[in-house]
Ligand binder design. Structure first.
Ligand code: GLU
Length: 524
């Protein structure tokens, strides 16, 4: 510890008087009144305008832990990096929360929830640290730091502001005043007393206790350029005063854990339980090897991809849920639970490495999910998607609700034999395009048997029940000495342009007499 600053100097250093004492903050944000075991979690994205699938995965853990323990899930916007600010970025996050069904509970009492609006809190905590000699104003410029860094590199030392390299570590009040009089604005740095030869043990709920060298870097707590906190300091203040019990974050934060323990200890606050999640991998299409997902190469890295392409968001959640709680799929198949929200996940079992996000597996979850939907739900989902993201073609497809409903109802009346070829709302509309005359593409490659088509037209009656209709097909097949299936194939291709479709009788019923007749005639 160093000599603390007096109140007047603290005000000058911070540029403003601290608004609260620590005791006042403790009172303003009291421990939450929740049952034992209730977890308080937060999703804390930096609003960059891009939401990574890994962020969604982390948010799912946060939301699930709060949901299953009767706790609280918050959304905190970490907008302290003014240089990276992007217009509309918060909407991207909020929209994703809504679409994926994560309801956050930002109780006003513990807000505000934008870090940029919490300066009073950070400054008040920083004032306390300046007062008791655990932090100091640092007047190093960017150039100074660059010089230190290159000297350190040249001499083979670890880079950073620590020990003898921390020029202002023991700066005296009169020197501080000189700098301030000079118009310089300091950053506030931690006065680290950690010894890198000693070890600090930190806990991660999944990995257990991990030993790290103690931190000796005088890290920046409050930046000089905008007076905003660094991630580390904001994490300390916010997760303490928001009364977060569990911090779920990417494993890239694991190396900062000793620093965070140091900060909490310094304040004599209890650190939260930490869960560091492994980044999601994928199987590389070219090499067949497992690798990290890449923002540049993999469109599915971006949460927006799933919304724009009409993936059922619930199926994405089911699949992510199964990655983080591997017993879920079995429990669901056995009927023990209906969906992921009913399944109790164990924080300890969250994968520590190599969580694999495989689009093929997601397809399976999506097919199962859509297969279990009722027709009205399916129609609604497809329609909502098309109205928001669809092109003119798709908007046209959903314009006639009655026809769309009839089309999508095909092969969904027998729960034991529901068609399972729909994967996304977009692909669903593509698969059924042939029902619309403007979108139907006749198959000109196929060798039609025109005698068969003519014979069918002669006896075709839309009012026939399925047996009568089938008997007519059998009769035609017998007459020409060919297989029943060949007759059906000629009709199928003439009507749909394809050799593979759901039930042909249903297709004709939905298309109606005029359309069926017209398509066969056009083929002839
Ligand atoms: N804003 C940080 C990030 O996006 C949050 C990490 C955390 O959850 O503490 O990585």
């Amino acid at each position: 510890m160093r000599q603390g600053l007096d109140e007047d100097l603290i005000v000058r250093v911070l540029g403003t008087a601290p608004k609260y004492t620590i005791a006042e903050l403790e009172k303003k944000f009291p421990p939450r009144d929740l049952p034992v075991g209730a977890m308080v979690t937060r999703f804390a994205p930096s609003p960059t305008g891009f939401m990574h699938i890994g962020n969604l995965y982390g948010a799912l853990i946060d939301y699930k832990l709060a949901q299953q323990s009767g706790g609280v899930f918050m959304l905190r916007i970490e907008d302290t990096d003014t240089k990276r600010e992007v217009v509309g970025a918060v909407d991207v996050v909020k929209n994703a929360m809504r679409r994926f069904g994560f309801e956050y509970n930002n109780d006003e009492k513990y807000g505000p929830y934008y870090q940029s609006q919490r300066k009073d809190i950070y400054r008040s905590v920083a004032a306390e640290l300046l007062r008791n000699g655990r932090a100091y104003p640092c007047f190093l410029t960017a150039d100074d730091m660059e010089k230190i860094r290159s000297e350190q590199s040249a001499a083979g030392f670890a880079t950073g502001i620590y020990g003898e390299f921390a020029r202002d570590r023991d700066i005296a009040p009169d020197e501080i005043i000189k700098h301030l009089d000079n118009g310089e604005v300091p950053s506030i740095r931690l006065y680290s007393t950690g010894n890198p030869n000693a070890r600090i043990f930190c806990k991660d709920a999944v990995r257990g206790s991990i030993g790290f060298p103690e931190n000796n870097e005088d890290l920046v707590l409050i930046k000089s350029n905008d007076g905003l906190p660094t991630y580390h300091f904001a994490h300390l203040c916010d997760d303490h005063f928001m009364r977060t019990t569990h911090v779920v974050r990417g494993e890239e934060w694991l190396p900062s854990l000793p620093l965070h323990y140091q900060l909490f200890r310094m304040m004599e606050w209890t650190p939260p339980v930490y869960i560091h999640t492994a980044t999601l991998d994928k199987i590389d299409e070219d090499t067949g090897k497992q690798r990290k997902m890449s923002k540049r190469k993999d469109p599915e890295c971006n949460v927006a991809f799933f919304l724009e392409n009409g993936w059922p968001t619930d199926a994405v959640i089911e699949y992510l849920g199964n990655i983080l709680a591997s017993g879920y799929e079995e429990a669901k198949l056995k009927g023990v639970v209906k969906n992921f929200w009913e399944y109790e996940m164990k924080p300890k079992k969250i994968p520590m490495s190599g969580g694999l996000f495989d689009m093929k597996k997601l397809e399976w979850w999506a097919k199962e999910y859509i297969g279990a939907m009722t027709v009205p739900d399916l129609v609604r989902a497809v329609t909502d998607w098309a109205k928001e993201y669809g092109d003119d073609k798709q908007k046209m497809q959903v314009a006639d609700l009655e026809y769309l409903t009839a089309v999508l109802a095909i092969e969904r009346d027998n729960p034991k034999r529901v068609r399972k070829d729909f994967i996304t709302w977009k692909q669903t509309l593509e698969l059924v395009e042939f029902f619309w005359d403007d979108l139907f593409v006749p198959n000109r490659e196929y060798k039609y048997n025109t005698d068969v088509l003519n014979a069918f037209l002669e006896t075709f009656d839309i009012a026939d029940d399925k047996d009568t209709w089938w008997n007519k097909i059998v009769e035609i097949a017998n007459r020409f000495g060919i297989k029943n299936g060949d007759v059906a194939m000629d009709l199928r291709v003439a009507l749909s342009g394809r050799t593979n479709t759901p039930d042909l009788y249903s297709i004709m019923q939905v298309m109606g007499k005029a359309r069926v007749t017209q398509r066969i005639k056009a083929t002839l």
